[in-house]
Design a protein around this ligand. Sequence first.
Ligand SMILES: NC(=O)C1=CN([C@@H]2O[C@H](COP(=O)(O)OP(=O)(O)OC[C@H]3O[C@@H](n4cnc5c(N)ncnc54)[C@H](O)[C@@H]3O)[C@@H](O)[C@H]2O)[C@@H](O)CC1
Ligand SMILES: Nc1ncnc2c1ncn2[C@@H]1O[C@H](COP(=O)(O)OP(=O)(O)O)[C@@H](O)[C@H]1O
Ligand SMILES: [K+]
Length: 479
Amino acid sequence: MTIHMQHQPFPDDLTRYSEYACLDLITPEEMRRIDHNAQSLGISGLELMESAGTALSLVAQEYHAGIVLILCGSGNNGGDGLVAARHMSREAEVTVLWYDSGHQTRSTRRQLERLSHCDVRSIRFRCREDLLHHLDIFSKADLIVDALLGTGGAGTVREPLKTCIDLANQSQAPVLCADLPSPGIIPDRICAFHRPKVKDSEVYDIGIPILAEIGTGPGDLLLMQERKQNVHKGVGGEILVIGGGPYQGAPWLSGLAALRAGADIVRIVTPHYLPEPDLIHIPTSGDTITQNDLDTIIPLCDRSDVVLCGPGLGPDAHEVILTCSEHVKKGVFDADSLRTPLPHAHESLYTPHTGEFTRITGRDPGLTPYDRAHAVRNSDIPGTVLLKGPVDVISDTKRIRFNQTGTPAMTTGGTGDVLAGVCAALMVHLSAFDAACIGAYATGCAGEMITNTHGYGMTARDLIPAIPQVLFRRTLEGE
Ligand SMILES: NC(=O)C1=CN([C@@H]2O[C@H](COP(=O)(O)OP(=O)(O)OC[C@H]3O[C@@H](n4cnc5c(N)ncnc54)[C@H](O)[C@@H]3O)[C@@H](O)[C@H]2O)[C@@H](O)CC1
Ligand SMILES: Nc1ncnc2c1ncn2[C@@H]1O[C@H](COP(=O)(O)OP(=O)(O)O)[C@@H](O)[C@H]1O
Ligand SMILES: [K+]
């Protein structure tokens, strides 16, 4: 999997940011995101695995076991077990029972090769019968290490791992689990890496930089779902953009950006028609959006997956937005819809820049990402906030994320409209928080690409064709 390397250092002292890292249980998807981001910050999967296996071996040695049996699956969890075996070979009589599924991960295969140079007994099993030849090993072990399934386990456990787990449970030996217990195994202790995945885990650091967790990165793109083959028209989502009036181009930029970020149908309710064959124009009665247009707009809000309100709207249509927002399932509120009283949908994403944030909260968010994160966290805005700037700050009431991508060339007018359109399209399938993180990351990456070719001559329009290259090209490479 090609890993896109990130370079720019964080423009603040990160030692103050540990409060923004999540400390409670995390999901396998979140751990995969963090792992991938750590690798994009220059720490290889093998190095992470070496740290994990070392931690595992140190905990295993606390048992002072004479005979250790390490059960290894064919994924990277198994790799952790193989590393631990190599580190424990002098301390105990170590036997590794490793599952040869035929598609071991590259890292785990590397660990197995290294083990062949160690004084460790290594036995391959491929089916249930292979295991039944080694019942004595289970009965003689003083300690069993469970490195069969970690965060990649899914669904009910298939053979021969099922039998392996049953044999481990039937033995007298305590079971030490790598990262999290394989489903059904009875743990004595759980040695979790970086963050706990299940409760009652002991957590060991494996050297993952805090920025891999509190920052956006290529790992965030893993949250984008692959489309199945038999999809129907509209699966990419129907987006409605409500905007325009004083400004003509803004809603069109948002609409085109939404299409480029994966939306299938994009309708633009705006007074001014611009000839864009890919977008559906819904005309308004006058040259600004007024109450007279509600009969047209409300049914469109009801049928759209996500509604983006605000691009180019001007200050006079706020009442209309407040009325429409009651009919909106998932709403993105940008630009001129960021006025008090704040409109809100069932699920809302607000995308203010500094001036708009000050206007809706009455507080200047400050300059450093630290202060801006505090300001967003302490604002009582009811939803997810993406506070734009040199470092974007994304926060829902629980989590905080910082996005460093982008360049000063992006201060050109309209880049915020593009960002809002991207977030709207992503929100069809993702939460407001994940959509904002990926939207900010991708729009910034697109800005970096265009700055390389156009410098300060970049226009917001230039960003649009670069969006799918960031969102979809890397995912395809990742296959
Ligand atoms: N860079 C990384 O990704 C790192 C991963 N680490 C370890 O790697 C683990 C994640 O590794 P993977 O993502 O490779 O996944 P796992 O090693 O957890 O399991 C994936 C393997 O199990 C099989 N499998 C999945 N569900 C199954 C089921 N229900 N029955 C039978 N077999 C099943 C899959 O076919 C695959 O071969 C973490 O839990 C952690 O222990 C650590 O080494 C830290 C670094
Ligand atoms: N100095 C900067 N460095 C990097 N990215 C920036 C910088 N200034 C702004 N951006 C990004 O450019 C976009 C600007 O959006 P916004 O301020 O809403 O512009 P506008 O409202 O003029 O369209 C945001 O995505 C923001 O993250
Ligand atoms: K495990």
